[in-house]
Design a protein around this ligand. Structure first.
Ligand SMILES: NC(=O)c1ccc[n+]([C@@H]2O[C@H](COP(=O)([O-])OP(=O)(O)OC[C@H]3O[C@@H](n4cnc5c(N)ncnc54)[C@H](O)[C@@H]3O)[C@@H](O)[C@H]2O)c1
Ligand SMILES: O=C(O)C(=O)C[C@@H](O)[C@H](O)[C@H](O)COP(=O)(O)O
Length: 552
């Protein structure tokens, strides 16, 4: 709740969190506990309603019936969602009203946290029975509770973006967990052909691994690089504690791990260790490692459950989301692969504590890309914090003022990514905009034999794309200059002179956006307005190359 919220200055009031869940789950008790810990207000919808109707809910039910009660509830909830900024607990049946669900959806879409409090059924039933005064439980209370639970559980899951299990916890521990989880950034990914999933961003989100994996898998292959051993040890401990049999698989670092030979070695291990279709893979590392792990998950038995745990800035903001998985071949980058949606993404800020400064900066290349193609606020944040970002130090990161800035940059960039992916999973049009800077960037990576980092290559690629857009009459000169200036301030490269034009051109023809002999780029008309630049004037293609080269 101490999230960086510069973009929300002047925004209307809204609850810090809304709690939903079954009768007896502890919504009021834990909501009050949370509000005390945070020093903010608490409101209980049932109490508000009783105050408004001037009688107890059972009495109102008896006199006017459920429909009348639900109407009062709907009005009360709608008004409170727009005017109250504390913790708000709803009655168990409130989310069953379609208009309340819509209001909650709108609240969550604008960054609100809807917590589904999932208590142990036996405990909750006992509490609900003890509390009395619940007209919905008239008759055999336990049987009624169970029947309502079966109806309501899917609805709670649909409206909530945070699910907290409180079984066996003291109220204080449960409230602390709820606060911790509401502090996480969540981006929901959904759309045609996508099994919906969440990208969770925050300190400690690796702890959700068992929740995302679920009860299905017996064996889990934890694929990682040695560079993130500290974090994979933590993930392994979480998985073992949750009862999974973990196969620890370390792969070669960076692009050396993103090959079909490495994938083949893992397929053999999965076969030897008896991995079935209900087992799972967790990929933990930079984008190269998670691309490879996702590819193995997509191909093993034609697809098994996959959880993506990115540990570099670039992997968090880009490679984690959208389901592109694959390997490189000697002919080019990412030429073999598949679109394979993960069951969830856990971007744990704690993993950034071991990230070297130059790899953090590389990640800013893809962050800036998202600013250029869709969210100018990202560029403003980059400008405002360029010096601190450039000086990133993993060791001090978690306690530094940079943490909320980076958390906001990650969440915003993932939102940009999700916007494109949700509308166009298989990259038929809109999603291609995410490839801004990549046509030239991928050629650099290939020609530099992957000694150049991806984000750095994309930075130069964006300069090339801006120059090309300018030369073809689409982009003004000040925006091209701004591109050079911003990338330079962030410590990213803006020029390259590693090969001749013909070699670059040949590779750009092999880019996945190319069609037949036609070169296709993503250009920019202005910040936030990318466009398809198909078959541009060959002179401009060459001249843009010369401009990028001359700076070197
Ligand atoms: N699937 C997608 O949509 C997508 C999107 C963008 C990029 N990518 C791919 O991702 C790769 C680039 O990702 P990257 O920049 O993360 O490269 P990377 O995976 O090579 O990681 C960079 C380096 O940082 C190390 N590292 C990562 N996290 C660390 C940590 N927490 N502590 C210490 N060291 C750490 C890695 O071991 C590696 O040496 C490229 O292969 C690119 O093609 C894929
Ligand atoms: O997700 C996408 O779509 C992208 O284009 C994101 C890119 O930033 C990313 O580098 C991706 O790996 C490129 O994919 P490719 O299909 O061009 O190889």
């Amino acid at each position: 709740m101490a999230r960086h919220s510069r973009h929300e200055a002047g925004a209307r009031r809204r609850p810090a969190a809304v709690i939903v869940g079954m009768m007896g789950a502890g919504k009021t008790r834990l909501g009050k506990e949370m509000s005390q810990m945070l020093g903010i207000g608490f409101a209980d919808a049932d109490q508000q309603i009783e105050d408004a109707i001037g009688m107890s809910i059972p009495k109102y039910f008896a006199r006017h019936g459920e429909a009348a009660f639900r109407e009062v509830e709907r009005r009360t909830v709608a008004e409170t969602l727009g005017s109250f900024d504390g913790i708000y607990a709803l009655g168990g049946g409130a989310p069953m009203t379609p208009t309340v669900r819509e209001a909650l959806h709108d609240y969550a879409e604008h960054g609100g946290r809807v917590i589904y409090l999932l208590a142990d059924p036996a405990e909750a039933m006992e509490r609900a029975r003890r509390g009395g005064g619940r007209p919905m439980l008239d008759g055999d209370a336990d049987a009624r509770w169970m029947a309502l639970y079966e109806q309501r559980d899917p609805v709670y899951r649909q409206v909530a973006n945070v699910i907290v299990r409180t079984h066996g916890m003291t109220p204080k521990t449960a409230a602390r967990k709820m606060i911790e989880m509401t502090n996480e950034g969540i981006v929901h990914v959904d759309g045609a052909g996508i099994e919906p999933y969440d990208v969770r961003i925050g300190e400690g989100v690796l702890n959700h691994l068992p929740d995302v994996l679920g009860a299905g898998p017996v064996r889990v292959a934890l694929i990682h690089t040695q560079s993130v051993q500290r974090h994979s040890d933590r993930a392994r401990a979480i998985l073992r504690k949750a009862g999974y049999q973990v196969s620890d698989i370390a792969i070669p670092d960076a692009e050396a791990g993103k090959t079909v030979q490495v994938a083949d070695g893992i397929w053999q291990r999965l076969g030897n260790e008896g991995f079935t279709r209900s087992d799972a893979i967790v990929g933990l590392g930079g984008g190269a490692c998670t691309d490879l792990a996702g590819f193995v998950a997509a191909t093993w038995m034609r697809g098994i459950r996959y959880v993506n745990c990115p540990t570099s800035l670039l992997a968090m903001v880009d490679a984690s989301t959208g389901g592109k998985t694959g390997v490189n071949t000697p002919q080019g980058k990412n030429l073999v692969g598949s679109f394979y949606t993960p069951a969830g993404v856990l971007a744990d800020l704690r993993t950034l504590t071991s990230l070297p400064n130059d790899i953090f900066i590389e990640g800013l290349g893809e962050v800036a890309k998202s600013g250029f193609i869709r969210d100018p606020e990202i560029l403003t944040i980059l400008e405002d914090h360029a010096d601190e970002l450039r000086a990133f130090d993993g060791e001090t990161f978690l306690d530094s003022p940079l943490k909320p800035v980076v958390a906001e940059l990650i969440e915003r960039t993932v939102r940009v990514k999700a916007h494109h992916v949700c509308a166009d999973l298989k990259e038929a049009g809109l999603r291609e905009f995410l490839n801004y800077g990549h046509t030239f960037g991928h050629a650099i990576e290939q020609l530099e034999h992957f000694r150049w980092r991806h984000g750095n290559a994309v930075a130069v690629g964006m300069v090339y794309a801006a120059e090309l857009s300018n030369l073809t009459g689409h982009l003004d000169r000040p925006t091209v200059e701004y591109t050079y200036d911003l990338l330079d301030r962030l410590g990213l490269p803006t020029s390259w002179n590693g090969a001749g034009f013909d070699e670059v051109l040949a590779l750009m023809h092999r880019d996945k956006k190319a069609r037949g002999n036609t070169l296709r780029f993503v250009g920019l008309e202005e910040i936030g307005r990318p466009f398809h630049l198909d078959d541009p004037d060959p002179q401009a293609v060459r001249e843009a190359f010369e401009r990028v080269r001359q700076q070197a």
